[in-house]
Design a protein around this ligand. Structure first.
Ligand SMILES: Nc1nc2c(ncn2[C@@H]2O[C@H](COP(=O)(O)OP(=O)(O)OP(=O)(O)O)[C@@H](O)[C@H]2O)c(=O)[nH]1
Ligand SMILES: C=C(OP(=O)(O)O)C(=O)O
Length: 204
């Protein structure tokens, strides 16, 4: 079993744009860097991940990935998240990956144990494990085995879209409820919630 984690990352100055109403540009850059470092750290602790592949059009993001021992894929212009993930998956397939785990960077509470729980849930030959966000609207983690059997549909209502497509294709579908992975930082109220529940390491 050769497992690849794929992390798509927006340019550092563009990520978390929906928080621009409550955070300055500088604060958003700090937040983006912190979230990115947190995810790389967590993924490094998960021993069955053979490769971490970061896909981005931001060369500073890719340089950091390489410092962490991750592979990188330079995104070719504004091809969009789903196409970027598709290209990253093709790269994983070329290296004979047997499964890919897609993780967005905005998961401040994710732990290595969460990631292990995702792999433990994948008891099938062909299927997906999906961790929805806490509104059951977005997709906060997506394991696909084998790589390439699902067309990515990140965007609005992606949880339902991914599940529906996988069922139509005859894939096993496992939804995993993981509160810490279900918590993503999209909107100002998410940031407020995070501040209330947890002491944030930044004075954002
Ligand atoms: N490589 C790549 N990653 C992307 C792209 N768009 C979004 N992402 C990443 O995909 C994940 C989900 O992103 P979004 O929720 O769309 O963007 P965000 O930066 O988290 O938040 P907003 O800017 O507020 O929409 C995050 O890891 C983003 O960094 C893209 O065009 N290319
Ligand atoms: C693009 C997605 O992420 P977000 O909900 O963070 O926009 C998604 O979940 O499909």
């Amino acid at each position: 079993m050769s497992t690849w984690a794929i992390v798509p990352v927006k340019p550092i100055y563009q990520g978390k744009s929906r928080l621009a109403v409550v955070l300055s540009q500088h604060e958003r850059v700090l937040l983006n860097q912190m979230l990115y470092m947190h995810l790389l750290q967590v993924l490094r602790e998960v021993h069955n991940i053979e490769e971490i592949l970061v896909v981005s059009r931001d060369t500073s993001i890719l340089a950091t990935a390489r410092q962490w021992g991750a592979r990188t894929l330079q995104e070719d212009g504004r091809i969009g998240l789903n196409m970027a993930l598709r290209r990253a998956t093709v790269m994983a397939q070329i290296y004979a990956a047997s499964e890919v785990l897609i993780l967005p960077v905005d998961l401040p509470l994710i732990t290595a144990e969460d990631v292990q729980a995702i792999f433990q849930t994948a008891r099938f030959e062909r299927g997906i494990v999906i961790v929805p966000d806490r509104h059951h609207y977005g997709t906060n983690a997506l394991l696909v085995r084998p790589p390439g059997v699902l067309d990515y549909q990140f965007g609005s209502n992606s949880y339902e879209a991914h599940c529906r497509q996988a069922r139509q294709k005859g894939l096993e579908v496992r939804t995993l409820e993981l509160p810490s992975v279900a918590f993503d930082l999209d909107w100002p109220e998410d940031l407020e919630h995070w501040r209330q529940l947890h002491s944030t390491p930044l004075t954002l």
